[in-house]
Design a protein around this ligand. Sequence first.
Ligand SMILES: Nc1ncnc2c1ncn2[C@@H]1O[C@@H]2COP(=O)(O)O[C@H]2[C@H]1O
Length: 248
Amino acid sequence: MFRVLGSSGGLSGNPQKGSTCIQLNGETLIDAGTGLSSLQLSEMKAIRHIFLTHAHMDHIAALPTFVSNLFDQSRLPLKVYGLAHSLERLKQHIFNNDIWPDFTQVQDNGTSMLELVEIKPGQVIEHQGMTLTAFEVPHAIPTIGYAVQQPKVSAHSHFVFCADCIVTDALVSKLNELPPISTLMVECSFPDRLEEVAIKTQHMTPSLVSRLLEQLEKPPHSVWITHLKPSYEEELRDVLRAEPWHVL
Ligand SMILES: Nc1ncnc2c1ncn2[C@@H]1O[C@@H]2COP(=O)(O)O[C@H]2[C@H]1O
């Protein structure tokens, strides 16, 4: 149903392990971290839609060079969807004709290479046979997760990606409002001994992930752990081995 192209919470030192990028179908990604570079060039050229969770660098790092890869294609613009905060930051700090060309500008051929499309928390988007529900998650900057249902693939497929987040009552309530989850992808950036840093930076530790899962009324069929910070990856994997979770 989906393909994880990148799951690291940073620069992992392993070319096979880029930062956050999830492929939903041949044309659609969630986030554009360095994991995007694991696609073949022909696969990249097929991508037309990217749904962003937030504007932190490990989730957008590959976007500028990826857009310029599409330069020789005068087809429809690449659509990048995200919160107003994320899109404004992209325009202001990246696609500003300084750090990188403003590919949202209409070119001589009357098309632009990049279209920024605002989505709001709670918005439900029907997209190529999938239903994506954007939901607010607590993080250091405005961030959304996505609940993705693909009834054509399976009536029971319900993939929920919580993005970068920390456990709060609001997040638990949001997840409990959703239909039963087949795969829950949740981050775990720091070990328990660094809970203070995790709270400060609004990220999860193994204990905080457990706290979240304990409060879910309908346990997900499977739990996938993502976004391990490279400096703590080995330590985290040792601890997470004891849990019935799939660690990316
Ligand atoms: N006070 C801090 N102490 C340690 N690391 C930090 C601090 N603030 C930000 N960071 C790091 O900066 C990163 C920015 O992206 P992330 O939120 O994924 O994860 C964050 C942390 O890894």
